[in-house]
Design a protein around this ligand. Structure first.
Ligand SMILES: Cc1ncc(COP(=O)(O)O)c(C=O)c1O
Length: 417
């Protein structure tokens, strides 16, 4: 059968499960807020959601906010960074992990990732520590927890703060303990693709009452709980979640365990079958991961098994077969125009000058995953084994016919299109 990219019939025409998922419960909760006329951030639904989210992550406190970018910013701000303090971050993450550091007048220092998990490599972090290092932000990439044992030990040994950017890792656990409280704070996003969503939203979890109070104040115009509406104790802003968002999120949290179990069943089936297919590799999880919610499945692509077809052409062929696979980030974060010397904003106090040269930085594992990595989104695994079989069938079909993608006539047609 000819490849769909060359005009043949695709393996799959029906859509994968829709995301976000919702039901009557979300509609009822939204109506409840609507009718209560308490729509804003001081709606009782916000507090109810915060309590439920703190419980899920075994944290004493959860403070909600308007998105996951702000969550990292306010958590970091609560650490009282001084201008020029260095914060170690991974280069394989969303930009917010690093821009939060710049916004707090710190210097992001990129350390390479572990090739198997795409999370910060503890050895690389250790090598990046200098006398100016103040904190480490570990991202639980794709939902696979970073090696928090090693990172926490490093942080303790060097007197650093550890923040977990858990935007991908709702409900994830490491050695049975939920992510978010291995360091000073954990931050989450409830943006539209996330595993629990209200379209937008964020939260900071922590066991520190002081940190929770500070974060709450930053998100509430510098107010203090219990003090007057027009009493402001610090510089903050309005970063609140609304009652509508909290109402939807409370139900989304209830859906999370079952959805996670479905994804886990389907991913294990996929993993088992993929072992028989050449050229696309899914790494095993670290054995200390006790609950992986599978926000993203990252595969490594080997062109040798596909007649030398490059990853991006392979992906176009797979997409034409009806499989919404995507390339990983186009380049590591430090290669973004933002990190060019002329683009970085000056430090707030104007006293320090970063000696980081992002333009010449090249961290091998981060570079590699941007070239050979493929992502499959969580919703692909929210259905049944037939969906997974379609993904496998499409990969195998492209592999079998990969040679036809190198046809010079196709290349000419592709150039014209
Ligand atoms: C790792 C990571 N951190 C932070 C964020 C920021 O979250 P938000 O989009 O809610 O601002 C994202 C968003 O995708 C993310 O992937």
């Amino acid at each position: 059968m000819e490849l769909a990219l060359l005009g043949g019939p695709p393996v799959r025409e029906k859509p994968f499960p829709f995301w976000p998922d919702y039901g009557r419960e979300e509609e009822e909760h939204l109506q409840e807020v609507l009718r209560s006329r308490k729509w804003g951030g001081y709606s009782p639904q916000v507090e109810q959601f915060e309590k439920a989210f703190a419980r899920l992550h075994g944290a004493r406190h959860a403070v909600s906010c308007c998105n996951g970018s702000v969550a990292v910013e306010v958590a970091l701000r609560a650490l009282d960074l001084e201008c020029g303090d260095e914060v170690i971050v991974p280069p394989i993450t969303f930009v917010a992990t690093a821009t939060a550091v710049v916004i707090c007048h710190g210097v992001p220092v990129f350390a390479d990732i572990d090739a198997k998990t795409l999370n910060l490599s503890p050895a690389a972090v250790e090598a990046a520590i200098t006398p100016r290092t103040r904190a480490i932000i570990a991202v639980h990439f794709g939902g696979h927890p970073a090696d928090v044992d090693a990172l926490r030990a490093l942080a303790l040994r060097h007197g650093l703060a550890l923040i977990e950017d858990a935007a991908h890792a709702h409900g994830a656990t490491w050695q049975g303990i939920p992510v978010g409280t291995f360091g000073s704070a954990g931050t989450f996003s409830f943006q539209a693709f996330k595993l629990a969503t209200a379209g937008e939203g964020g939260a900071v979890v922590t066991n520190s009452s002081t940190l929770a109070e500070r974060v709450w104040s930053y998100c509430n115009c510098g107010r203090r709980k219990g003090a007057g509406w027009f009493e402001h104790f610090t510089v903050g802003s309005n970063y609140r979640l609304t009652g509508f968002q909290a109402a939807v999120l409370s139900v989304q949290l209830q859906r999370l365990p079952e959805q996670t179990a479905t994804r886990q069943r389907n991913v294990e089936y996929f993993r088992e079958k993929l072992r028989g297919l050449e050229g696309v590799v899914l790494h095993e999880n670290d054995p200390r991961v006790t609950n992986h919610p599978y926000y993203l499945l990252t595969l490594r692509y080997r062109p040798e098994a596909f007649s030398g077809v490059d990853r991006d052409l392979f992906l176009r062929a797979l997409q034409a077969e009806g499989i919404p696979a995507q390339p990983t980030y186009p380049y590591p974060l430090y290669r973004n125009p933002l990190f060019r010397k002329e683009s970085l904003p000056p430090c707030g106090c104007g006293k320090w000058k970063s000696d980081q040269d992002y333009e010449t930085l090249s961290l091998p594992e981060s570079e590699r995953v941007c070239k050979d990595g493929i992502w499959l989104d969580h919703y692909i695994f929210l259905g049944d084994h037939q969906d997974v079989d379609d993904v496998l069938t499409a990969i195998e079909k492209v592999r079998r016919h990969a040679g036809t993608l190198l046809d010079p006539h196709l290349a000419a047609r592709e150039l014209r299109s």
